[in-house]
Ligand binder design. Structure first.
Ligand code: NOJ
Length: 760
């Protein structure tokens, strides 16, 4: 008996000391995460559980330690009471350490915070905007930039990024088109996986990996008329076949979290959408992570007219599987009463809390809450020369050569007087893009600097032309474009007239794209087109360097100007990367991830459309067309040139028939018929000719980027199985349909060698 008592006392002491050593989980690292979650959950009060589902933004500028002002006291008190499970916008190792210390030391259970931030295309070392990066058609490139972004973020206190944005976008008017991978679900899925793997690495618990967040679930890219936050009304067919594949791919790749969307989907807001979140995401797809609402999107259920008040909004959102309330104050105010009045079952709260805790455990926060707060690492890693070099490489791979009619490019590095024209050419800020994390303002290499870095200053003359944007940029003001003051026009034309070649930067300000920046007019604004025309009158050797975050309308330019480079917003090393291409140190290989229209009235314009019943031109007017513009795009999806040329030949199929369990091997020979080494993205498209529902005229099913020396040939092989031809049909299920298929292997979505096969 004495022995037994002694034994029990020892056991008690060991337990207490373990609790202290292993942190609040009370169970050591070796124990399974599920067990640790359950152990912790049992100790939590209802208030503490709800606290884990509450997320606030920091209300101070967090580049240094959190100041002791009233806002931080408010946060401190919330954290202390266990009423906050997550914060966003706390950036910097010291700032993060401070709030994390509050959580770990002051709250009853010491549960660490998960700290999120919009690390969209870099933290401080800026990479190209995601749309640009998708133009590389190179998932490895997206992996690299996300990996480095995660390294910088994880050293700066952040353990969760609200990226990647996986919204398929077909409408150039939508400002957030810049944030995704464009219009195609296949390319979008490949990029999604690469980015999730880049952010999360092999092991979420490593100190240099962070949790990713697939957003916005779902269909936000389909807002009507491209207007931000607008209604979305699309068929289940479009939802399943076009919108959801990148999300499904991200879930399969192990994405830790998902963010829902502001929009309604066929009348039901995404935030309370049981079909999306419960049936598909957490049901069919077996997603184990947690869903965070978008900023106050739970409150917005009231404005959508589906909830009368916050209480209803909270009930609808938690029932639909929205686990964490971003900035809405709804869960923290309403959930307790709802549970106590039996209007919400506590098991729903438990499920949400489990999900949040699991991700925190996976991140290793319980084992070392401060692993992401390392000022030494922050100093070494963030904005390092290594990261900048990687950014330059990603940037040049994101550039698309749209036109090079007289072999004007690449430019000679010697013996030419170069006029560099346009305000954007001198900007060290615009290339950083929208959603720029903690980019240092004006920290990009400008186009002008990039050119001067190659050819020196003596042969380069700059003229900015008329001012483009009149006011300062900010969240509270719309950008005001100069349409009255032509000062600078004459000077620019005169500079152009004295040069051998003109490099003109045109496009848009980076803050004309991004959240809240939809536009009805996607043509060049201000005096840009007038400037271009005047310059072209005095000098025909014009290379336009486009900077933009969406497809823009450039018809006149495309018709007249000999060379056009699409450079989007390329990030920190923009100017150097563009110069690499301008002077031929890098042979461009990017391809458009979005269709470029001839007129905004064609939008949404995308390659994988249905045929309609009247697609063919007839003598009468009764066919599907515009009477004032062609149906065709200005540049199709998948389009992009090189300084060399590629010839496609010898398309072969291993069989004319594909059996349900079989494989079809497709080969084609690509030859570099030009004079320099180049890369080509070889694209595979199919069309299901007769389906039970109308099927797209083309669908991307594969691509490969190959490098060929001058004169070199390569046989490229693709494999197709029946599964690759699956679609979500009218019976509300995935299926393949036997029948005739056409197939193309080509250089873009509008050209290619064609063949066909029968699916048995
Ligand atoms: C609103 C945006 O829609 C979302 O993408 C972003 O992550 C959050 N704000 C947080 O900044």
């Amino acid at each position: 008996m004495r022995n037994k008592l002694f034994f029990l006392v020892i056991l008690f002491l060991i337990t207490i000391s373990c609790e202290q050593k292993t942190g609040i989980s009370g169970l050591s690292k070796g124990t399974s995460i599920n067990k640790r979650v359950e152990h912790l959950l049992k100790k939590m009060t209802l208030d503490e559980k709800i606290g884990q589902l509450n997320q606030y933004t920091s209300r101070w500028e967090m580049t240094g330690p959190a100041p002791e002002n009233s806002d931080s006291m408010f946060m401190y008190n919330m954290i202390k009471k266990g009423q906050l499970g997550s914060m966003l916008n706390v950036v910097g190792a010291n700032a993060a350490r401070k709030v994390q210390t509050w959580a770990v030391d002051s709250s009853r259970l010491g549960i660490p915070l998960i700290l999120g931030y919009d690390v969209i295309h870099g933290l401080k070392t800026m990479f190209p905007i995601p749309l640009a990066e998708a133009a590389s058609w190179d998932p490895q490139v997206a992996y690299t930039s996300s990996r480095i972004a995660a390294e910088e973020a994880s050293a700066s206190g952040i353990n969760w990024t609200f990226a990647p944005m996986l919204d398929i976008a077909r409408d150039a008017r939508w400002g957030r088109i810049m944030e995704g991978s464009g219009e195609d679900p296949y390319l979008g899925s490949k990029m999604a996986v690469a980015r999730v793997e880049g952010f999360q690495g092999d092991n979420l618990a490593s100190e240099n990996t962070i949790a990713a967040c697939a957003k916005h679930f779902a269909a936000y890219g389909f807002v009507e008329a491209g207007r931000e936050y607008n209604t979305v009304d699309i068929s289940e067919y479009t939802l399943q076949n076009i919108v959801l594949p990148p999300f499904k791919a991200a879930v399969n790749a192990g994405v830790a979290t998902v963010m829902n969307a502001f929009n309604t989907l066929n009348g039901t807001p995404a935030t309370m959408n049981i079909h999306l979140q419960r049936d598909l995401l957490k049901g069919d797809w077996n997603f184990k992570g947690f869903v965070v609402s978008d900023w106050a999107s739970i409150n917005e259920l009231i404005l959508h007219g589906v909830a009368a008040n916050k209480k209803e909004a909270a009930r609808l959102a938690i029932t639909a599987g929205s686990d964490m309330d971003m900035e809405g104050n709804v869960y923290i105010e309403e959930l307790k009463n709802l549970v106590e009045n039996n209007e919400v079952d506590e098991t729903l709260i438990d499920d949400a809390v489990r999900r949040v805790l699991r991700v925190k455990f996976e991140l290793g926060l319980f084992d070392d809450p401060f692993k992401y707060c390392n000022p030494k690492r922050e100093k070494e890693v963030v904005f390092s020369s290594k990261n900048l070099a990687a950014s330059r490489n990603v940037a040049r791979k994101s550039i698309v050569l749209l036109k090079n009619s007289e072999g004007l490019l690449p430019l000679s590095k010697t013996g030419k007087k170069i006029a560099v024209i346009g305000e954007l050419a001198k900007s060290k800020d615009v290339p950083l893009g929208s959603w720029r994390g903690k980019a240092i303002p004006n920290s990009a290499v400008s186009l002008l600097e990039g050119i001067e870095n190659v050819v020196g200053t003596q042969n380069v003359t700059f003229a900015k032309g008329p001012v483009y944007i009149k006011n300062k940029r900010g969240f509270t003001t719309e950008l005001e474009i100069n349409t009255t003051d032509r000062t600078g026009m004459k000077d620019a034309v005169s500079v152009a007239s004295k040069a051998n070649v003109v490099v003109m930067a045109l496009g848009e300000d980076c803050f004309q794209t991004g959240e809240g920046r939809s536009q009805t007019n996607i043509a060049l604004k201000g005096f840009q087109l007038e400037l271009l025309k005047k310059v072209f009158e005095v000098n025909k050797n014009v290379v336009v360097v486009l900077m933009n975050g969406r497809p823009i309308q450039i018809n006149w330019m495309a018709e007249h100007v000999p060379a056009i480079l699409e450079t989007w917003f390329l990030g920190s090393q923009s100017g150097n990367a563009i110069a690499d291409v301008l002077f031929g140190d890098y042979n461009p290989a990017g391809k458009l991830p979005v269709t470029f229209p001839r007129a905004v009235g064609q939008e949404p314009l995308y390659y994988n459309h249905l045929n309609t019943g009247r697609a063919d031109k007839t003598d009468m007017v009764f066919w599907s067309h515009y009477t004032d513009e062609s149906n065709a795009p200005l540049f199709p999806f998948g389009y992009g040139l090189s300084y060399t040329t590629f010839h496609y030949s010898n398309l072969k199929l291993s069989s004319k028939e594909l059996l349900p369990n079989g494989k079809l091997t497709i080969t084609a020979t690509i030859e570099n018929t030009g004079e320099r080494t180049g890369e080509e993205v070889v694209q595979l498209y199919v069309r299901d000719l007769v389906g039970s529902i109308s099927r797209p005229v083309k669908e991307l099913k594969g691509f490969q980027k190959i490098k060929l020396k001058a004169g070199e040939k390569k046989e490229v092989t693709f494999e197709l199985s029946a599964k690759d031809l699956q679609f979500f049909g009218a019976e509300n299920r995935w299926k393949t349909e036997p029948g005739e298929y056409r197939i193309w292997v080509g250089t873009n979505s509008a050209e290619g060698l064609e063949s066909g096969f029968t699916l048995k």
